[in-house]
Design a protein around this ligand. Sequence first.
Ligand code: CA
Length: 387
Amino acid sequence: MKKSKVRDCLLTTDKCHSARSEESKRDSSPIGLRMTKRVAKHPQVILDMDPGIDDALALLLALNSPEIQILGISTVAGNASVEMTSANARRVLEYMGVTNIPVAMGAAKPLEHPLVNALSYHGSDGLGECGLPSPMLSLHPAKAWDFIAQLVSGAPGEITLVATGPLTNVAHAFKLHPELPKFLTKLVFMGGAYGLTPYGKGNQTPLAEFNIWQDPEAAYIVLNSGAVIYAVGLDVSTNPTTCLNNQHLEQLKAGHTPAARLAAQLAEYVIKRHGRCELHDPLALAVLLDTSLFNFISVPVEIVTRDGWDRGITHISPSDSSQLIHVAAGVDGARFLKLFLSRILRTPSNTTHHSGPFARPIIPSEAKNLDPSLSLRVTKTTSKLEK
Ligand SMILES: [Ca+2]
């Protein structure tokens, strides 16, 4: 995307949005925790991510979901270096033939700690050694936190931020732009393990989840920012009913769309090594697609920021006076997987639309009409995946 077009996108954000947020509907549970159901139509979304295999699967899900509009992607260090996560976001976009979603690079490391990547899980390229070529698209010139602030400030109350990596970029954005938390419709993040289900244990340490453990200081800032926050943690994302298995992999392999081919390759890399593919980040995205998949409870959450064995643990702390976070305490795994698979396997249609002033992503077969070099690359990539 040319810089001038990105600038136009940012400058005209307020013109190309319609009011889409709706007030949440609340009622009270017998145990005194507020149960929250939030309904939103066609949310406009910024994805803050660290691709990462499950981030890439979340991006494929988002690109194939016509009811949301992706305004931009910001990238953060987490699963891999920020240079690699920034490249991977664009590798996936280009593979899908999408050239009109700007990608802005963010933090290279957590606020107060060195980065500890997860390439041992995600593969040496962060995407399961899938063979996608290096990106051709340029990065947006703004840093991620300014990029987020420009978009959100241009349409206060209309944009949802979905964060599926460490919360470093979001913390920077909230510190540098204090008005942002109240301008967001809501923040949905993947992170934490809350002990709400038998699966609510750690995946980085026995009790700490990777994204929060990576940058607990950032999580503390974000979770005490006053924003409306929804948390999707390991309590639901390591529930076996939400994970892809070999049977699901066969369905993906039988798909004929570019998204299905890439998703199959990403999932197969993980399933071969771990027996299943956990869909942490697609679950966070799914909050925007069908909130009724989840049961949320509204609770105060304490983040352990000190160094030590308990770094990065997320406690539900009834005595804490901090703000309430809507934490996913349950999920309909079968319905989620049905949604995920149907979206990944769907054929792109004219109704899919992303990025402010643009109509929809460009499917690979159309790319030749717009950018011969991109078409060539997409064609080559597709054929490789078909092998
Ligand atoms: Ca992630």
